[in-house]
Design a binder for this molecule. Sequence first.
Ligand SMILES: Cc1ncc(COP(=O)(O)O)c(C=O)c1O
Length: 435
Amino acid sequence: MSAPLDAYWMPFTANRQFKQAPRLVARADGMHFWTPEGRQILDGVAGLWCVNAGHARPRIVQAIQQQAAELDFAPPFNMGHPKAFELAERLVELTPPGLDKVFYTNSGSESVETALKMALAYHRVRGDGARTRLIGRERGYHGVNFGGISVGGMVGNRKMFGHLLAGVDHLRHTHDPVRNAFSIGQPAHGAELADDLERMVALHDASTIAAVIVEPVAGSTGVLIPPKGYLQRLRQICDRHDILLIFDEVITGFGRIGTPFAAQRFGVVPDLMTVAKGLTNGCVPMGAVFATRAVHDTFMNGPEHLIEFFHGYTYSGHPLACAAALGTLDTYAEEGLLTRAAELEGFFGEALRSLRDLPHVIDIRHIGLVGGIELAPIEGQPTQRAFKVFLDCWERGVLVRTTGDTVALSPPLIIDKQHIEQIIEVLAGAIRRAA
Ligand SMILES: Cc1ncc(COP(=O)(O)O)c(C=O)c1O
């Protein structure tokens, strides 16, 4: 008999609705989940944008099993264990040049908090402590902790929680369906929106601004792809004013858009870069912040016996997480997964665009192996049309994700063309039925 559903208060879920008609998964392998009743579900979203190598991959499973038996925990403060160092060395081989220091966390939200604190402390240790202002962007998602929701730009995540961090401002988002609907890859219009940062400098003065944080591709607010030239322009303005640029690559990291990190695809190197999710293939919670040597070395100037950065978590660099991440990196390397999205991008994009003429489809956006299909909302019931599509797909054995009235796809990078066809066929039917 299955357990009662009462006690568990579920995250980001309509609890009462869910418990009337629960959607449970009990097992997973490769591209699929199975429900407790044995129904097979094709995973169109890599769990939650994280299972990039697919489910239950043997190298990762074995690495975790062996690690649990060998060293279950190691204190991370003033102590270490070999795999934490080995992993850091392996990771910085994949990052864009210059981002060669790694600080471990346990989630994307923690990575964001860590990066924001690093940015503030960096300016302070270099004697520029008036730089306390953080700049985010409308429609940004940076997790759910106080720093992240402050720089984030999703009203639902912000409005219940008081005044949040002081001194935060937001760039406008880059979503422009009037000029850019149905773009293939990066939209043509909107690079000039980066100039918002110059407006903030004019308003607040650069000497008060510590950092700007953006997702190179905004995932959780509906797959918003940066206009051509936008990120380059943001980088130039940051350089002009000594403002740190933080890329939140929690979704785009580890191959999602065809390069190991979005920074490489767009040719823009940030000063700090946050990751999580695909770092361990979603198997053990883990996140990280990559910092440039310049940022890191700025902290290394005080007395050598003193802690340089007063920050860290009991589970930073947890042995199980490090083992899972090493198994994940091996899997990515052996199967060429960090560039596979580039190979499939053409086929995936064309398949998505075949949905263009279906009822209520108002935009389709895609890059690498991430896509968003935006639907016109049902009048007076925003989000409900996409949610109907989600439920319909689930009933027909495909897991998609919705955010607002956008249906998002971010399948495991091991996906093959037949799986893409299956997802699109089921989605097409569901969109027709949600008319
Ligand atoms: C860009 C971005 N940053 C941060 C987070 C938060 O990650 P976590 O849920 O692991 O805290 C997410 C989660 O989806 C994300 O997409």
